[in-house]
Design a binder for this molecule. Structure first.
Ligand SMILES: Cc1ncc(COP(=O)(O)O)c(C=O)c1O
Length: 489
């Protein structure tokens, strides 16, 4: 068989054969967690189990049997009134919970640094976004938490908004004061919706930050596949509230998900819940201890430092996910993107992502102690030996500062567009989402003006090898902008 004729399989096989230590999602870490918990049979039978809704196998969209039972067990485990299994990722949970909470033309309060799926819900639901500006940590060059006072001030001005969305934790493991935010939001009769894509593990160990449901969120969407052991794309949406219209929510869940859901994904969600109930607390204790050890070793190394609890109380952050290792190389003059590249090439370690200044490693209960040791040793050697390239100081505050859009995102999407060289785009109205990936936070939304500051930031991203969704790979890079601001006919 010539594998060159099957390019996707070829790329996956090449990565597997390379044997890099996976400090990235999915959280089962190449099935390691099934080995640790004696559930290897799950991965052995996978193709034989891949089936459709034959009699005896339940239906995700109107569950009456196994799926209904599994969702009930998950609701109990995660502390929800209702849990819905998702096969289109947290993205589909975010679309559904937002669209079920507001009607077209309603206002919704969202952080400017939220994930593209929140913006996607704004476009699909034809909502009016009111942006919350996150606090910025200039040393790490990242957005941190949302202050309760900021939420309070915005709600004062927009008392007609229907819901507030908070990302908790962020990709970097930063947690805001959700409990206080929930009180503020509920005192105005609004809904608190949490994008908890990176926090599914929180409710299984008291050494972790408070979970969204415990803090009082009405709905939360979690990527079980990121920090717990389930397969890529499998997520859950939890509801704990009498304010939510469950029937309306079900309508949107059916609209945004495939009519052929993979029962393998559903089974992997069920297994993840089981593993967490049986072994989760103890395994998380190990993961937290090893991550804390890695953080302290890195903090003792000259030239790098790790984001962590020592920064709690600043920049709107009240807590941090100890299992998330965000390493900054600013003091050694190494950019995050370069550090990621060297870790893979020279040390066979693949992290989840990098930005201009940092790398982010996802650790889960699937990792082994030896993985953490390999990571720490590699980071130490990296700062000692790497040929350094100073990352230019440029705070990301430029794009977290909300601008008055010329058009609503869902209007701009339907306008006639043209592609122009990036250098010619300053002052033009952007025609699409421009997103450094990961972490998937749009720098520009359709309908926003491309300022010089944003252009300079994008140029820097290109220079440092950060992939920009929405900007073509041509040279020079091209951007879609509105053509004469004329509506498409
Ligand atoms: C903060 C955040 N929210 C939502 C999502 C979407 O999650 P999913 O990939 O499960 O659809 C992501 C994905 O990276 C994310 O980082």
């Amino acid at each position: 068989m010539n594998i060159d004729c099957i390019p996707i399989l070829k790329s996956l096989r090449a990565y597997k054969n390379e044997g890099a230590v996976p400090f990235h999602m999915p959280g089962h870490k190449r099935g390691n967690i099934y080995k640790k918990t004696g559930l290897d049979f799950l991965s052995e039978d996978i193709l034989a189990l891949d089936t459709t809704e034959v009699p005896g196998v339940d239906n995700l969209h109107c569950p009456e049997g196994a799926v209904l039972e599994a969702q009930g067990l998950a609701a109990e485990a995660f502390g929800a009134d209702y849990t819905f299994f998702l096969v289109n990722g947290t993205t589909s949970g975010i679309y559904s919970m937002i669209m079920a909470s507001a009607n077209p033309g309603d206002k919704i309060i969202i952080p400017r640094n939220c994930h593209r799926s929140v913006y996607g819900a704004v476009i699909l639901g034809r909502l009016i976004p009111v942006y919350i500006e996150p606090e910025i940590d200039d040393e790490f060059g990242i957005a941190m938490g949302i202050k309760p006072e900021t939420v309070e001030n915005i709600l004062e001005k927009h008392s007609d908004a229907k819901a507030v969305v908070i990302t908790n934790p962020t990709f970097y493991g930063v947690c805001s004061d959700l409990k206080r935010i929930a009180e503020i939001v509920h005192s105005r009769g609004m809904l608190l919706l949490v994008d908890e894509a990176h926090g599914s593990h929180f409710c299984f160990n008291e050494r972790l930050p408070i979970s969204a449901l415990e803090a009082g969120a009405d709905m939360t969407s979690q990527s079980i596949h990121k920090t717990l052991p389930s397969m890529t794309q499998s997520s859950m949406l939890h509801v704990k509230s009498e304010r939510v219209d469950i029937e309306k929510l079900k309508v949107f869940l059916q609209l945004v998900q495939t009519t052929s859901p993979s029962h393998i994904l559903l089974a992997s969600l069920d297994a993840a819940r089981f593993i967490m109930q049986q072994y989760g607390h103890e395994l998380l204790d190990d993961a937290i201890d090893w991550s804390n050890w890695a953080r302290s070793e890195i903090n003792d190394t000259e030239g790098c430092c790790c984001l962590g609890p020592d920064r709690a109380g600043r920049y709107g952050a009240v807590d941090f996910d100890p299992t998330r290792l965000t390493v900054n190389f600013g003091a050694s003059g190494l950019s995050g993107t370069k550090a990621e590249e060297i870790l893979r090439k020279n040390f066979k370690i693949q992290v989840e992502m990098s930005d201009l200044y940092n790398i982010v490693a996802i650790t889960t209960i699937g990792d082994y102690r030896s993985d953490y040791e390999a990571f720490v040793n590699a980071v130490k050697k990296l700062v000692e030996t790497a040929e350094k390239r100073k990352a230019k100081a440029m705070a990301p505050a430029v794009f977290f500062r909300p601008q008055e859009p010329s058009l609503m995102p869902w209007e701009a999407v339907y306008y006639e567009k043209e592609q122009v060289d990036m250098g010619q785009s300053i002052g033009r109205i952007c025609g699409e989402m421009i997103i450094p990936y990961p972490p998937g936070i749009p720098v520009l939304m359709p309908g926003e003006t491309i300022s010089r500051e944003i252009y300079e930031y994008l140029k820097l991203c290109v220079e440092y090898g950060i992939k920009l969704n929405g900007i073509s790979d041509s040279k020079p890079k091209k951007v879609w902008v509105l053509k004469n601001n004329k509506k498409e006919v």
